[in-house]
Design a protein around this ligand. Structure first.
Ligand SMILES: [Zn+2]
Length: 110
């Protein structure tokens, strides 16, 4: 399967993730082998950091907030032209595969 979502894309949560459904964010990381992605501000989790002793001082105990990976199938790409969450058509042009918005027909990649 070709990955249609890339790092730096704006995506919208269209299914699953009830807490974040309808929210948008920028793709931070794509994990193609797992079909998962990490998106800014989406699927955030907190993790409790244990206290760390460093040179006699206690360093930064507390809660760390981070974005957990989730399934690519839960998001759709947001088209820059029509600003809608859309499906994408892949078009081969010369040696590159470009993406086209199925809603407005605009090319997503320059
Ligand atoms: Zn569009």
């Amino acid at each position: 399967m070709k990955v249609k979502i890339r790092k730096g894309d704006q995506v919208e949560v269209v299914r699953g993730l009830s807490k974040d459904k309808g929210n948008r964010g920028e793709v931070i990381k794509v994990l193609p082998d797992e079909n998962r992605i990490v998106v800014q501000g989406i699927n955030t989790r907190t993790k409790h950091q244990r206290q760390v002793q460093s040179q006699g001082r206690t360093v930064n105990p507390g809660i760390i907030r981070f974005e957990a990976p989730f399934s690519l199938a839960n998001v759709a790409l947001v088209c820059k032209k029509c600003n809608k969450a859309t499906r994408v058509a892949l078009i081969r042009e010369d040696d590159k595969t470009k993406r086209q918005c199925k809603k407005c027909g605009a090319m997503i990649d320059d």
